[in-house]
Design a protein around this ligand. Structure first.
Ligand SMILES: [Zn+2]
Length: 276
């Protein structure tokens, strides 16, 4: 079984006591690659350092929408330096978060930071890892509307100026939107990232939605240390647990966990240009 965890915050302080043991358990559970996204300039740097010291780890760099108090010309310049590292495969995580960040001015700041980082991704020819969270954790609302309008404009631009990237522009990570948003993202060739909540007892609606997404459009991600899947719900999450998500997608799509591991690993390799 060859698994890939395309979204894991291994730099997070909760892994300080036993990070090496966590990585060893990941390898023992069949993980061949782990992608660590950045949240700001410091965590982007930490992600790159982890990638440097472990063959199976890769990094993404960027500013998360809830960390924009760290987004300045200087720190953005730092991130633009980091992207030159050969193990940086994406820009992220970037996006829109109306759950934690309220108010019109703060929303506008998120749009500006997102647009600047999308332009940066286009210039670098790198895919993006997109975070989207609605106010009150709804499946649809203003965050989906605003995100889609920004992504549509960016994607139209890619079609004209960077057709290769327009074919694999990125992933909507830990997707919690509705089917219509998913379909519009798929039309722009985005992939859909699936995390631990798909395993929760009350997630029947989410599983119904994922049944309608073709397997070649899915990535599996832990978002560790957050969102631990059943049977570890409530505990610290770790990359080895990505297999519980593969198991659940297998049930949804009537495939074996090994088939899900293989197809999602291949999807990730296509998006992040692993093996090119
Ligand atoms: Zn994340």
């Amino acid at each position: 079984m060859q698994l890939t965890d395309t979204h894991c915050h291994l730099d997070y302080h909760k892994f300080n006591p036993d990070r090496e043991a966590v990585i060893t358990r990941a390898k023992e559970s069949g993980l061949i690659r782990i992608l660590v996204p950045g949240l700001d300039h410091r965590s982007s740097r930490d992600a790159v350092q982890l990638a440097e010291s472990h063959p199976l780890i890769y990094a993404a760099v960027g500013f998360h929408p809830t960390d924009l108090n760290k987004f300045t010309e200087d720190t953005f310049a730092n991130v633009k330096e980091l992207v030159k590292h050969p193990k940086v495969v994406a820009i992220g995580e970037i996006g829109i978060d109306y759950y934690w960040v309220k108010g019109g001015e703060a929303r506008k700041a998120q749009h500006t930071a997102l647009e600047r980082q999308l332009a940066f991704a286009e210039a670098e020819g790198k895919p993006v890892i997109i975070h989207m969270r609605e106010e009150n954790d709804a499946w649809s609302g203003q965050a989906s509307i605003d995100l889609l309008s920004i992504l549509v404009e960016w994607h139209n631009d890619l079609v004209r100026n960077n057709p290769t990237l327009s074919q694999k522009p990125g992933v909507l990570h830990s997707f919690n939107g509705d089917l219509q948003t998913a379909q519009r993202a798929l039309e722009m060739n985005f992939l859909i990232g699936v995390t631990g909540p798909v395993t929760y007892k009350n997630a029947e609606e989410k599983r119904d939605l994922l049944r309608q997404i073709p397997l070649d459009k899915l990535l599996i991600e832990t978002d560790a240390p957050f969102l631990a899947p059943v049977p570890h719900r409530g505990e610290r999450n770790e990359p080895a647990f990505v297999r519980y998500i593969a198991d659940r997608i297998g049930e949804i799509h009537s495939k074996s966990p090994a088939e899900i591991a293989a197809v999602t690993t291949a999807n990730a390799a296509r998006l992040f240009a692993w093996g090119d």
